[in-house]
Design a binder for this molecule. Structure first.
Ligand code: ATP
Length: 205
């Protein structure tokens, strides 16, 4: 098994790192964090891709077993998961492969480009993000595809983890910094230093 956690990482925070560590333990495999250079389903990030990548590299360098992956950064254009999984299949072969998402992102799966192909290409490991219960069509899809042992096949299953996640979001981090607050307790040290060195997320007056 190999697993990937995709994100805008604007900035990467302790919630992402905790999620990646829990996923790595649950799947007994390495987890790679994939920077979405141009997220297609949301407003444009505040920090540019080069800065978000620098922060992701700093965060992963301090974490054994986690690596930053620039597959979407190098491709350019909108970062559709289906395209990323095709590229990852070419790179990693036919074995079990999981794409990790929080419940907030999974609840929107029917809006993802070619979402059925996403499940043909990989499994989904869903993390129970605080405040985002599985609902609607995504809940039905989970009930249809749930699979406690994703190792059994290369793709097509959905596993929901029960381990609690941290109540941290990048938008809360950005808002705190914009208000002049200290977000150090929500971020890896290297990322805190990078943000203050480059004056990121500070409200311009
Ligand atoms: P924003 O607040 O700007 O929307 P975010 O904190 O949700 O950002 P993203 O980079 O958009 O961060 O998230 C990437 C992936 O990580 C998504 O699948 C998201 O659900 C998941 N994720 C983010 N924060 C957490 C968390 N605290 N616990 C578990 N999963 C998380």
């Amino acid at each position: 098994m190999i697993a990937f956690l995709g994100g805008t990482f604007d900035p990467v925070h302790n919630g992402h790192l905790h999620a990646a560590r829990v996923a790595a333990q649950a799947l007994s495999c390495p987890v790679r964090l994939v920077l979405s250079a141009q997220p297609p389903h949301r407003s444009q990030p505040e920090a540019n891709a080069q800065r978000r990548w620098a922060m992701l590299e700093l965060a992963c360098a301090a974490q054994a077993g986690l690596d930053a992956d620039d597959v979407e950064l190098r491709r350019g254009g909108p970062s559709y998961t289906v395209d990323t999984l095709k590229a990852l299949r070419l790179r990693h072969g036919d074995g079990p492969l999981s794409w990790i998402v929080g419940t907030d992102a999974f609840n929107e799966i029917h809006a993802w480009r070619h979402w059925r192909s996403v499940l043909d290409l990989g499994h989904l490991l869903v993390l129970p993000r605080p405040g985002a219960e599985l609902r609607g069509a995504a809940l039905n899809l989970y009930l249809d595809r749930r699979c406690p042992d994703l190792e059994q096949r290369p793709a097509g299953g959905i596993r929901l983890l029960e381990e609690p996640m941290l109540p941290v979001s990048a938008s809360a981090v950005r808002a705190l910094i914009a208000e002049g607050g200290d977000a150090g307790h929500l971020l890896p040290d290297g990322v805190t230093n990078y943000i203050s060195r480059h004056g990121l997320y500070v409200r311009s007056v």
